[in-house]
Structure formats: C-alpha cells, structure tokens
Design a binder for this molecule. Structure first.
Ligand code: ADP
Ligand code: MG
Length: 538
C-alpha cells in the first residue's frame, strides 16, 4: 500500500498530492469525521487530568448524580453514539482493565495523536504509512520508558504508599490520601500469595460502603463485615464468642409444593396438625444445626421462599444461634474463602467439619445509630481483606470507592511488575525528546511522522500545566530544556508551580500504567486511522 503514495520526504503543499485513488473523497471524509468525533471525546475529559484537574458532575436520565474525576467513569457514563468516539470509551475501559489508573491520560494521549494524524493526513501522507510509523514509535517509546524505570522491592512499603498517594492526589478525596494510600497498600499486600505474586485478584478485596461519618473513618478490617444488622427479632444473641460459623444455602422454613396448588383445610384438628408438623420440621432442622456445634448462621438470600420465618428465628434464638440473613449470592464465594469453610446446600449435609471458626461475631453500632455485623479473629483466614468505606454522603462514598479502586490497582500493578517511574509529565517529555532525536535518524515519510507524533506526546505535561493554572508553553519549554540537560526526572511540580525533580516530590507511578497508556492509545489511533468507511447494517 505504501508504494501507492510517492510524496517526497519534505512534504510540499497539498497541490502535489499524487494519490492513485480516483475518488477518495468519501474515504477521507469518513476518516476525518471519525477523528473529529474521537477528539471531541478526548477534549471532554482533558480538563480532568492531573492533581489540579477539574471534576465532572454527571447527571443521568434517572436522576442519579455522580461527581468524579476518574476518566473511565466519566466516559462510561457518557452516552456516546458515534462509533469511533465509542472506541475512545473502550480505550479508557481497556486501560482500566490493564492498569486501573491512567484512564484519563490514555484518552488525552489518543486525542493528541489523532490531532497529529489529521495534520499528517492533510499533508497527503497515506494512512498506512502513518499507522506503520505509529507502531514503530510505540515500540521505541516503551523502550524509553523502561530505561527510565526504577526497580522496586515489595518490602519497600514507603514507595508503594507513595505511588498509591500519587494516584489519589488527583481525586476528589485527595485530602484523605494519607489515610487511603497506606490502607490500599496494606489491603493488597494482605491478599498477595507469596508463591504467586503475579496473580493478585482485586475481587479478594471487598469494599463495603456505609453511609455516615467521614472518609476519615474508613478502615481496613481483618475479617468480615456485613452491612446489615443481626436478625434478632426473636431475642437471639447479638454477640457470640468462639463462634462456629455455618454458611447455608437452604431455607429454614416450611417446605412448599413445587407446583401452585391450594390445600383446603376443613376442620380445626387438621389445622392444628399442619401447624404442629411445621413446627416439628423446623425444630428438627434447628436441632441438627445445634448438634453440629454451630452458633452463627449466615443464610443466603432465597428467591424461592423466605429463607427464615418468624418461627424459625424464634427457635434459632432459643438455641442461642446468631443469624445473619439475606446474604447475597455473589458474596458467598468471598465469605467462604475468608472463613475457610464450606457452604452447606442441604440440612442433611450439615456437619461440623464444614464450619468456619472465629473469635468474635458481633453487631456493632457505628456513629449515627446504624449497625453492622463484624466477624473478627477468624482462624486460618483466607487471603482476603475488607475495607469499610465511610462518608457523609453517597456522592462522596461512591467517589471514595472509585478512587480506592484506582489506588488498589496501582499497588497491584507494582506487585505484578516491580518498576516505578516518575510522574508529573517527566516520562512523556523524555519520550518526546528521545523520539524526536530518533526521528532524525529515520528517513523519508517515517521520520516526518515520528517527529510529529513525538511532539504530540507533550500533551500530558502541557495539560497538567494548563489545568494547574500555569503557563503551559513556558513550562513545557523549560521542561524540555531541563531534560535536554540530562535531568530525566524533572517534572511539573504543580504545588510550587515550577519544574523540580519530581522524584523528590514523591510523585511516582507504576511503569505499567505509563507503558500501557502509550501502547493502548497508539493501538486505538491506528485502528481509527485504518477505517475508511462506516457501514450501517439494520
Ligand atoms: P488518570 O485518570 O489518567 O490517572 P489523573 O487525573 O490521575 O489521571 O492524573 C494523572 C497524571 O497526573 C499523571 O501524569 C501523574 O504523573 C500526574 N500527577 C499526579 N500527581 C501529581 C503531582 N503531585 N504533581 C504533578 N503531577 C502529578
Ligand atoms: Mg490517576
């Protein structure tokens, strides 16, 4: 394809286009429209980048309001219709899956690369040539990033905390980063399996949100937390020490027929018999449970019939068994992993060896009269962690949860790939500088493309400066100078409003976040460039 275009290395004016297509107007138009639409999406999140970035208030058709600074969340909630613009939404989502942080960065980068592509296209360069240069550029850019990386040990808790704090810096809850950053580090480290450190699953960290208090009251709990009270309507216990816990998936209530039918009871003695049978049935179950030594029951929510009735609660209370009912089905897996026990699906299988053991199960009240149930001192606890997130209003709690997710992802990235890199625009400027130098070694069209894209990477420091209210042009120029003099870690210190060694400011981020942002953004831009028609199918 590249041979079809024979434009000299120094790109002259448009008039000397020597395209072999007779009519390429439609293709150009489609490409143009796609790029413009995708760029519009990138521009929408641009102001949210960095510690001084703005937040977005998203109000949905259902009246739900969200305040967030997280690129992935903003884009996810936006109703984007244009297919190419949707690709940027997906781009942010893939960055979220790959690294968890850098979701705004990746979209802003893609937007800037698209802008450069547009100008390259308009000077007559064939999209395939642009796309190929982009590919080469991405390989080289990752090399540059890797050469800047600082290796990290997992025992170096301070560096882990610093990187978690960097990711929290740019969030609405940034003033709580001194609490949330160490918490995120501890949470992730407590679920790392030393034999398989690369297999950290964030599903092993459960975030329980409870309205009330402030984000300051957020805590990491070694154990289990249920965002509900104990069911003690019938006077059962609310605190059990030396607990033997059963997770049950059957119902302690009278059985029902499989099909809809009605039973006509014609006299009182029969009525009495039914009630007595029901009572015996439930009593029999409770006796079996008690016989196995169980004193805490976690009952899965049932869609067939009531998991517990007043009568069964009464008997359970008499047997001094603490009951937590309506445990969601999707929580069961986490619970059994934490308690190191087995779920019980039928009363016939209720045996002691299936129970979990803990020092204390208790209902505790937190602040404003609301209560939660806590299980602590679990024996042989699985590798899980629970974070109880508090906040004075739902908007704050939700954003705290999302920010915490980013911080957890950052720590997970570092556990997977133990390298750090400076933040504050330093890696992007260094990439831009080294790629521009590399462009001079290349020949022809490629050199021209690489040079243009190298410049496009400066969008990150430019935007960081712009959002912090600094003069972007003078900041970026100075940054380039400092890097040219060999200060690879010079970055924008948004607090002081000047360029300093950003490592001394403790602004560090995982290498994986930067590398995946660059490669994913380039991949997306290449994909958009290669589309020359949109076909709608009904
Ligand atoms: P993203 O959603 O892409 O993570 P953020 O809003 O979190 O976007 O901004 C991340 C950018 O902000 C990174 O380039 C990071 O280096 C930079 N950054 C974060 N904290 C600071 C800081 N204190 N000083 C300078 N730059 C910072
Ligand atoms: Mg971030």
């Amino acid at each position: 394809m590249a041979a079809a275009v024979t434009v000299p290395a120094t790109i002259p004016a448009k008039s000397s286009k020597t395209e072999s297509y007779v009519d390429s107007k439609r293709r150009d138009d489609v490409r143009h429209a796609n790029i413009l639409a995708a760029r519009a999406v990138a521009d929408a999140v641009r102001t949210s980048l960095g510690p001084r970035g703005m937040d977005k208030m998203i109000s949905s058709a259902t009246g739900e309001v969200i305040i967030t600074n997280d690129g992935a969340t903003i884009l996810n909630k936006m109703e984007v219709l244009q297919p190419a613009a949707k690709m940027l939404v997906d781009l942010s989502r893939s960055q979220d899956a790959a690294a968890g942080d850098g979701t705004t960065t990746v979209v802003v980068l893609a937007g800037s690369l698209l802008r450069s592509s547009l100008s390259l296209l308009s000077s007559g360069i064939h999209p395939t040539v642009i796309s190929d240069s982009l590919y080469k550029l991405s390989v080289h850019a990752v090399d540059v990033l890797q050469s800047m990386a600082i290796p990290l040990e997992l025992s170096d808790r301070e560096s882990l905390v610093k990187s978690a704090a960097t990711s929290l810096n740019s969030k609405v809850v940034s003033q709580y980063s001194s609490l949330l950053a160490p918490l995120a580090v501890d949470a992730v480290l407590s679920v790392v399996d030393p034999d398989h450190p690369d297999l950290v699953d964030l599903r092993d960290i459960r975030i329980v949100k409870k309205l009330g208090g402030t984000v300051d009251d957020t805590e990491l709990i070694r154990g289990l937390v249920f965002n509900k009270k104990v069911s003690h309507g019938a006077g059962g216990p609310t605190r059990v020490e030396n607990a033997k816990i059963a997770v049950i998936q059957f119902q302690i209530s009278p059985p029902k027929t499989d099909i809809e039918q009605s039973i006509v009871v014609s006299d009182y003695t029969q009525m009495d018999r039914i009630l007595r049978e029901e009572r015996n049935y439930i009593l029999g179950m409770v006796k079996k449970i008690k016989a196995a030594g169980c004193n805490v029951l976690l009952i899965q929510k049932s869609i067939l019939r009531d998991a517990v009735t007043d009568l069964s609660l009464h008997y359970l209370a008499k047997a001094k068994i603490l009951v937590v009912k309506d445990v969601e089905r999707d929580e069961i897996e986490f619970i059994i992993k934490t308690l190191n026990c087995l779920p019980i699906a039928n009363i016939e299988h209720f045996r002691e060896e299936k129970l979990g053991h803990a020092d204390v199960v208790e209902e505790v009240s937190i602040g404003d009269g609301s209560k939660i149930t806590k299980i602590t001192g679990i024996k042989d606890m699985g590798r899980t962690a629970t974070v109880l997130v508090r906040g004075s209003n739902q908007l704050m709690i939700d954003e705290a949860e999302r920010s915490l997710h980013d911080a957890l992802c950052v720590v997970r990235c570092l556990v997977n790939k133990k390298f750090l890199i400076a933040g504050g625009g330093a890696p992007e400027i260094e990439m831009s500088r080294q790629l521009a130098a590399w462009a001079k070694e290349l020949k022809g069209m490629e050199s021209y493309c690489v040079k243009e894209f190298a410049e496009a990477l400066q969008v990150i420091p430019y935007t960081l400066a712009e959002n912090a209210g600094l003069n972007p042009i003078s900041i970026v120029t100075e940054l380039r100078n400092r890097h040219a003099q060999g200060e690879t870690n010079a970055g924008i210190n948004v607090r002081k409003g000047q360029i300093t060694n950003i490592l001394e400011e403790n602004v560090v981020q995982p290498l994986l976040v930067s590398t995946s942002a660059v490669t994913l953004a380039i991949e997306c831009v290449r994909m958009i460039l290669k589309i020359d028609d949109i076909v709608t199918v009904r």
